[in-house]
Design a protein around this ligand. Structure first.
Ligand code: HEC
Ligand code: HEC
Ligand code: HEC
Ligand code: HEC
Ligand code: HEC
Ligand code: HEC
Ligand code: HEC
Ligand code: HEC
Length: 507
């Protein structure tokens, strides 16, 4: 497929550099093309909504029509000849308009997006969660013309957010007859497209308006960033920022082409403001990872450059502190430096608490206990679910809540649940495994159980080392075994009596 550049020069004069001559369109035409006019004339009857949505779009104003986006090269896997009498002979189209197609005119956005975690969102096959939807929740009964043995839970769940591998259906003559319904409709964020490109721009830029105003709304991220394991949308809604947004949505100037906090609006930030939009110093970025300094998806939070390196992304070279500075620059439109720094001190404190008190020892205990599980298959034991929910649901909620000012998610849906399940489910299940195996005749099992017991004892007595370099230990567990230090006990006692006195003195 040919690609290349067009650039908007001052006053919207267009410069188009043609690559190899092919059918796909490299630049907006001066007026509606005759091919587009044919599509419109006919589709107005069949799907008037599509034509109307497009008619209200910026693309319409720029003469970018149906053909300019849907045109394909004859060699594209998904190219087909459609209504040649009206559209013109030898002008194939495709149903999928991939990031590669958009890059004909929007090269910068596509490059940034392709380098981001979003474009990698389809790489979830084989992950632990995938086992859940494929096997635990699902079966292999879902079969279509192009796929067999899929799980309907994966098709309707995971894939709708993460993306499918889109399969093209062909007849015996090799002509395209459509897209396989197990794999499309789908606008998952990391969709694998027939042309080899990754992702879907329509994930946020709903067709056929492709409006930036819609993409700037928190709901457009909320389709995916919500629910028990990553409730960013719910957190935002309950935060001061979400409250201010709802109250002032008509002052947000969401339609403005230029959209800089502090210049074009000031009432509230949305997801886009903080993670993507331009600031007084930065331009818009379609790499949503460039402003975050922690990756809170794994069991133990890591720096984003480590997570990028794992996926072979260029972000591996962008260190966390540089990314944090990018985010602070966003906040600075509406907050002072000391306020922003104070926020990060609070947030880092929560990540440190979660990592050192629960995540590092919790993961070590899980790995040490594994050989003793009754069933050596993931998710076949209660303890698999208990540990999974501690880090994947509750631990993430606590971290995400703290990162975006949603205190209820940090505490009641977060650290409260982590603590409750760590002490009342996880530790008791580990103790059961120890008791059942420590007197085993099988020397290996006995040894594993002894080692597990030693590790658990260390954790519960605040002796478990979480950082070999500094010697730092996991602390805050001793209360559970009734061995809180005298000092801490005295401090707690004083707090309680101070609390009582405070309330007694209120008249
Ligand atoms: C003479 C009528 C006619 C013309 C001209 C025409 N189409 Fe269609 N097209 C149809 C009909 C009918 C359908 C099926 C619509 C339906 O199922 O509602 C269709 C389906 C499609 C589909 C969806 C295919 C699928 O399997 O989901 C796309 C994409 C499409 N047309 C794009 C275009 C584009 C782009 C043009 C111009 C280059 C165009 N059409 C010109 C009649 C036309
Ligand atoms: C800016 C690019 C762009 C323009 C302009 C455009 N489309 Fe699309 N169209 C898309 C994208 C993106 C999709 C989603 C396909 C996918 O999953 O990637 C799509 C999907 C479709 C579909 C199938 C999905 C559905 O909802 O039924 C039809 C039919 C279609 N377009 C027709 C048209 C027609 C007719 C026009 C002109 C009035 C048009 N398109 C203009 C980008 C465009
Ligand atoms: C043939 C060139 C061309 C193609 C292909 C194209 N666009 Fe555009 N797009 C434009 C032009 C030109 C504008 C500027 C219109 C304006 O500012 O008036 C634009 C504007 C936009 C905007 C800003 C809309 C707004 O409300 O300000 C978005 C978002 C967008 N395009 C997304 C896409 C996506 C996603 C695709 C692929 C599905 C795509 N475009 C394909 C030429 C194209
Ligand atoms: C509602 C949309 C949605 C559904 C459904 C969904 N996910 Fe996710 N998933 C996300 C989002 C959003 C993230 C990123 C969260 C974050 O950054 O905090 C994510 C993150 C992940 C990650 C971590 C990726 C990484 O780089 O660390 C894996 C693995 C994953 N999902 C697998 C799955 C599987 C498998 C399913 C089905 C069983 C599934 N997801 C269902 C939206 C979804
Ligand atoms: C995660 C959501 C998301 C995805 C996916 C996405 N965009 Fe955007 N896009 C946005 C937001 C939000 C804005 C508005 C930024 C701002 O505030 O100005 C935007 C703005 C744009 C603009 C307007 C120009 C600009 O820089 O402001 C274009 C063009 C565009 N996107 C193209 C694309 C293309 C092409 C793709 C696919 C590679 C894509 N977008 C994917 C969210 C997204
Ligand atoms: C269609 C689903 C979907 C939509 C819509 C979506 N995301 Fe995501 N997002 C994901 C998934 C899935 C991941 C995890 C990708 C991975 O690492 O595998 C993710 C990851 C992220 C990350 C972490 C990036 C990193 O480098 O670790 C940020 C930040 C993010 N999204 C912000 C946004 C914002 C802001 C919007 C809206 C403007 C948005 N997303 C819209 C699915 C989505
Ligand atoms: C006021 C700015 C702000 C707003 C508004 C905002 N975020 Fe965030 N977001 C942050 C900060 C700060 C972090 C933590 C960054 C860090 O780790 O340094 C973050 C982290 C994230 C992450 C990374 C989570 C992970 O697992 O690593 C995702 C995904 C995300 N936000 C999505 C969203 C979505 C979706 C919305 C809207 C519903 C949103 N954000 C609204 C500032 C914001
Ligand atoms: C467009 C302006 C804007 C931006 C940008 C912005 N905020 Fe805010 N922020 C607000 C408003 C408005 C409030 C509510 C003030 C109030 O309720 O008195 C607020 C409140 C807060 C609060 C107080 C929360 C509470 O519950 O009392 C914190 C903390 C905060 N913001 C942190 C940040 C951080 C960190 C960033 C950058 C990642 C940021 N904000 C970006 C406008 C903004």
């Amino acid at each position: 497929m040919s690609r290349k550049i067009w650039a908007l020069i001052a006053g919207a004069a267009l410069l188009s550099l043609q690559g190899v001559s092919t059918a796909s369109v490299d630049a907006p035409p001066k007026e509606l093309s005759k091919e587009t006019k044919a599509c419109v004339a006919c589709h107005k009857k069949h799907n008037p909504g599509i034509v109307q949505q497009w008619g209200d779009s910026k693309h319409y104003g720029a003469s970018v029509g149906c053909y300019e986006c849907h045109a394909a090269d004859a060699s594209d896997v998904d190219a087909f000849i459609h209504e040649p009498k009206k559209v013109g002979e030898g002008k194939p189209i495709s149903i999928i308009v991939s990031p590669k197609d958009c890059s004909n005119c929007h090269e910068k956005e596509v490059k940034e997006y392709t380098q981001s975690h979003h474009a990698q969102g389809g790489r979830i096959l084989g992950s632990m969660d995938n086992l859940l939807a494929e096997v635990v929740e699902g079966n292999t009964a879902f079969t279509t013309a192009g796929t067999s043995g899929e799980s309907a839970a994966v098709v309707n769940g995971c894939w709708q957010c993460h993306g499918t591998e889109v399969k093209v259906l062909k007849n015996e003559k090799g002509e395209v007859t459509g897209l396989d319904p197990a794999t499309w409709p789908n606008t998952g964020i990391g969709r694998l497209n027939p042309d080899g490109s990754r992702g879907s721009c329509t994930a946020c830029h709903s067709r056929h308006n492709f409006s930036v105003a819609l993409a700037r709304q928190p709901e457009s991220c909320g389709k995916c960033h919500m629910g028990p394991d990553h409730p960013q949308y719910e957190i935002y809604i309950e935060s001061k920022h979400g409250i201010a947004f709802r109250a002032n949505v008509d002052k947000m100037n969401l339609d403005n082409p230029k959209w800089i906090a502090g210049e074009d609006y000031d009432a509230a930030p949305t997801c886009a403001t903080c993670h993507m939009s331009a600031t007084r110093e930065q331009s818009v970025t379609h790499d949503v990872g460039l402003r975050i300094s922690w990756t809170n998806r794994p069991a133990i939070s890591v720096r984003p450059e480590i997570s990028d390196a794992k996926m072979g992304l260029p972000g591996a070279k962008v260190k966390w502190d540089e990314r944090r500075d990018n985010m602070k620059d966003v906040c600075s439109a509406c907050h002072s430096e000391a306020f922003i720094d104070g926020f990060y001190v609070q947030y880092d404190g929560l990540i440190h608490l979660y990592n050192t008190k629960f995540a590092i020892p919790g993961l070590a205990l899980y790995n040490a206990a594994k050989p003793l599980f009754k069933r050596q298959v993931k998710f076949a034991n209660e303890i698999d679910f208990v540990w999974f929910e501690i880090w994947h649901h509750e631990g993430r909620r606590a971290r995400h809540g703290a990162s975006m000012q949603g205190p209820d998610w940090t505490h009641w849906h977060g650290t409260y649940e982590v603590g409750k399940h760590f002490y009342t489910e996880y530790v008791p299940l580990l103790e059961e495994l120890i008791e059942a195996n420590i007197h085993s005749k099988d020397a290996d099992r006995k040894k594993v159980a002894e080692e597990l017991k030693a590790m658990l004892d260390k954790v519960l007595s605040d002796e478990f080392v979480v950082n070999e370099e500094t010697g730092e230990k996991s602390t805050g567990h001793k209360w559970f075994i009734g061995e809180m230090s005298d000092e801490e006990k005295a401090a707690r006692k004083k707090e309680i009596s101070d609390f009582k006195n405070r309330y007694q003195s209120v008249k």
